[in-house]
Design a protein around this ligand. Sequence first.
Ligand code: AMP
Ligand code: ZN
Length: 464
Amino acid sequence: MKLYNTLTRQVEDFRSIEEGKVKMYTCGPTVYHYAHIGNMRNYIGHDILQRTLEYLGYQVTRAMNITDVGHLTNDSDDGEDKMLIATQREHKTAMEIAEYYTNEFFKDFEKVNNKMPDIIKPATGEIDMYIKMITKLLEDGYAYQAGGNVYFDITKVKNYYQLTNHVQDELVVGAREDVEEDVNKRNPADFALWFTTSKFEHQELQWDSPWGKGYPGWHIECSGISIKYLGEHLDIHGGGVDNIFPHHTNEIAQSESYLGHKWCNFWFHNEHLNDESGKMSKSNGAILTVSVLEEQGYDPLAFRFMCLGSHYRKQLLFTFDNLNQAEQTLDKLRNKISLIEPSGELDDGSFKEYNNRFIEALSNDLNTSNALTVLYDLLKDEQVNGYTKLDLIRKFDKVFAVNLIVEKETAENEEEILSLIEKRNEAKKNKDYELADSIRNELLDKGIELIDTREGTTYKIINS
Ligand code: AMP
Ligand code: ZN
């Protein structure tokens, strides 16, 4: 399989450290608010990667954190804690906020058919691990204490900017505002491993540590959880593109300094979903979530389908027009599939041909839209029997996961509907479009929507 590696900035042959097994880590959500559909695009991207690896025969073990402490307002290490803002906004405790939004997150996560990671760990549950790592980083001279906090000294690592390919100066300029705000740092780009109460007031969640009562920085959470649960060598670590700097850059610096060797081979990053105003955000205005889309009558899997239509490394624009179109296309696709009769028996030659094409598309850096083209070609191919088609579609849907094969809901008055469909077909043949339309509308009034495909007409029960 070929996969783009942010670390080397090229598409490479993916090789796992242990044959047949993949250890994969995904940066989890910050649970101070709802996860918007942009966040969900990122998790769909990770899900497609996991499902593709599994399709290729790998056994994947995947871990994810829940950031319930320590992710600050902006990505430099100053500002207020986002969780703190939420507790003030909602008059709840930090743990209540975290629990509520964690549940909401996983509801949406499952609505778009994402597989649950094998290991899910809230950051607040792993404080001992961070303390262990920070202690060693201090002992080995990678970290220093200043003003009550502990910082990582980025000048102590050889290639701090290896993941970003940015000119060092540009990023330092970007971080320069910190100089005024945080005079404790030796270098502007140093980052906090542990905060004490000296700098941030009103922190509800605090733990004893060798450096005083306080709380961990955001970056140490993911390093700690990943190393503790997946070990010292990781195959794939990923997140959204905004995680490349500073989050993943800092994770590499502290993890490799702690371990004394290379940590992760592949860095996987998903491009953003944008709305028409630009970047989606959790913090401003109404938050568009998968559940909100569902309340508006959309099938959450139409959103997943929309994501599959574009490459994970390309920005994707969210508009309701795009979503409507995705929903209509998915509906049509399911209807076409529902009309396939499972005739014949498995035709090995056709199965191999289409399965190989499907694998080839996904193995080409997860080209999901080409994989969909393979599906459409299969549907059109009159040489392939129904049994083989359905078998392939069932397998493809292990990766797409958009419920391509749906049990059709049968209407009580199916016979009447079928005879009206027949009558409408006759009317269309006779170019009596008025009658054809009136039949369609008559059924619509009864909560039955007709769907025309090249293979014929089916119906769908709709809630009126
Ligand atoms: P957060 O909860 O803010 O930590 O974000 C969770 C994940 O969503 C992170 O890995 C981000 O990189 C990713 N993310 C944030 N905004 C977007 C967006 N607009 N589109 C895609 N992914 C995003
Ligand atoms: Zn992370």
